[in-house]
Design a protein around this ligand. Structure first.
Ligand code: KIV
Ligand code: ZN
Length: 521
């Protein structure tokens, strides 16, 4: 069998993914995700847009210092300040890449940039040459390439390669392309651009029409050597191509696509869960590959077929993507070693201290709940990891009452640093509203709840409840997540998680105003 062409997987969860409304992450969370992406085996991690904010700069710098064995990339517009700043953040990386972008479509040239075609080509050349002065690995993206006239796109791509770009990325910035068109564009560039062999052709597809993965695969079929994607498909507006879908399509249909990736697919589900947990952007149940129902068989006919031979209704095995088979696992008498084994099977490598903390909570939970499922263990680990990285407000204790007779009441004690604050209200539409009011008073913030979702992490009446919500304060929208067997407690934890992110956002906004930095692309 002919050797399959190896596609470079470029992950932009930390850059384009973070542009999902409410998905901002703090420094420690970004580093944690970068580590997970490295273990997943992605070839390039786009760690951020260094000039966009001091937080972005720090994240790219820290990831460049700490992550080894993969390329770390930073985004820059096509101007000296952006490129210099990107390099400043990237220079400690083992394998740095500067990603320079400039819009090329008529609508962007005329309405946004007010530049002629010649000026665009000249600006692209200058930017790439400046980046080449810093490192050998340079990516150039003609933003909105999918809506750019073919003749002009060919000229830009040729000029970019001539100036030193080693990867040329073709973004479908607004998710407008259809699969056949995306494939044709890649084939056309390969045929018409004389120096195309000197660079890797890449694609970056947005999902506005739900076609990001299909478009990326069509590009790969037509010779693209790199696909840009994000975990769970998060990203600007409707998001980007989902990494797990791209990778599993290539693995499952390599026969047709004639290519492969270097991704360790058993890490897909753990990485997906980590990103969902950190961003608060939950994955829909029927989401391909990583959704809760992705491997669930409901119809009797399907179940009967599965029992005879799972290939009747399964084109991939759950374990290929990191889903364990057994669900009911541990109980009250299980020890630390059994818990550690289960954590490893779920994809988490806990340190001795983390294991001890999770084990203590596990014992408490086992006293409350008869049966401990994988979902429970995941929730405990994620909660521990969150709390370990969370700075700001934490819950000390709470007491609520509600009913149809008296107004709801909530009394909360919160900690910030080494100080504790207690407040009580007897008002509101219910216990959750009362809790919101107390938190508003203690934190001195007006909180607008824009989205609230409660679900159970496992099955049964005693299951742990998982609350995810979205809160707005002074124009900053952040998501938060909390887990507990008590839904009110899960809600309080989720609100505090969001408030802490909002406070980080307020601090960043303040620094940005002082330094006057640009907004993201
Ligand atoms: O969607 C887009 O065009 C981008 C570029 C910066 C690559 O994200
Ligand atoms: Zn994008």
């Amino acid at each position: 069998m002919a050797e399959l062409r190896r596609i470079t997987i470029f992950d932009t969860t930390l850059r384009d993914g973070e542009q999902s409304p409410g998905a901002s992450m703090n420094l420690t969370e970004k580093l944690e995700i970068a580590q997970a992406l490295c273990e997943l085996g992605v070839d390039v991690i786009e760690a951020g847009f260094p000039i966009a904010s001091p937080g972005d700069f720090e994240a790219v710098r820290l990831i460049s210092q700490k992550i080894r064995g993969t390329t770390i990339c930073g985004l820059a517009r096509c101007n000296p300040q952006d490129i210099d700043r990107a390099w400043e953040a990237l220079k400690a990386a083992e394998q740095p890449r500067i990603h320079v972008f400039l819009a090329t479509s008529a609508i962007h040239r005329e309405a946004k940039l007010r530049m002629t075609r010649e000026q665009i080509i000249e600006r692209a050349r200058e930017g790439i040459r400046r980046a080449v002065g810093y490192c050998d690995d340079i990516e150039f993206s003609p933003e909105d390439a999918a809506r750019t006239e073919h003749d002009f796109l060919c000229q830009v791509v040729e000029a970019a390669i001539d100036a030193g770009a080693t990867t040329v990325n073709i973004p479908d910035t607004v998710g407008y392309a259809l699969p056949a068109q995306m494939g044709e564009t890649i084939a056309m560039l390969r045929e018409r651009v004389p120096n195309i062999d000197r660079a890797v052709l890449s694609v970056h597809c947005h999902n506005d029409l739900g076609l990001a993965v299909a478009n990326s695969l069509a590009a790969a079929e037509n010779g693209a050597g790199q696909i840009e994607c994000t975990i769970n498909g998060i990203g600007e507006r409707a998001g980007n191509a989902a990494l797990e879908e791209v990778v599993m399509a290539i693995r499952t249909r390599g026969d047709q696509l004639q290519c492969s990736t270097g991704i360790e697919t058993t890490r897909l589900v753990p990485t997906s869960r980590l990103v969902a947990s950190v961003t608060g952007l939950q994955v829909q149940r029927n989401k391909a590959i990583v959704g809760r129902n992705a491997f669930a068989h409901e119809a009797g006919i399907h179940q009967a077929g599965m029992l005879r031979d799972c290939r009747t209704y399964e084109i991939m095995q759950p374990r290929d993507v990191g889903l364990g088979h057994s669900d009911l696992v541990l109980g009250k008498h299980s020890g630390r070693a059994a818990l550690n084994d289960r954590a490893k099977a779920l994809g988490f490598h806990l340190t001795g201290e983390q294991l001890q903390e999770v084990f203590e909570e596990f014992k408490t939970l086992a006293d409350k709940k008869k049966q401990i499922y994988d979902g429970d263990i995941l929730a405990l680990i994620e909660k521990r990891l969150h709390e370990a990285i969370e700075a700001g407000w934490t819950l000390v204790s709470f007491d609520t009452a509600c009913g149809t007779v008296r107004p709801p009441r909530a009394r909360l004690t919160l900690r910030r640093g080494d100080r504790e604050f207690t407040e009580e209200v007897a008002a509101g539409d219910g216990p959750i509203d009362a809790v919101f009011r107390v938190i508003e008073t203690i934190t001195d913030k007006q909180l607008r709840c824009k989205d609230f979702e409660a679900r159970s992490a496992t099955v049964g009446r005693d299951a742990q409840g998982e609350v995810t919500l979205e809160i707005e304060h002074e124009g900053i929208v952040c998501r938060g997540r909390g887990v507990s067997t008590d839904t009110v407690e899960a809600t309080i934890r989720a609100i505090l998680n969001a408030v802490n992110r909002i406070e980080a956002g307020l601090a960043q906004r303040q620094t940005a105003a002082e330094e006057s930095v640009p907004t993201t692309p």
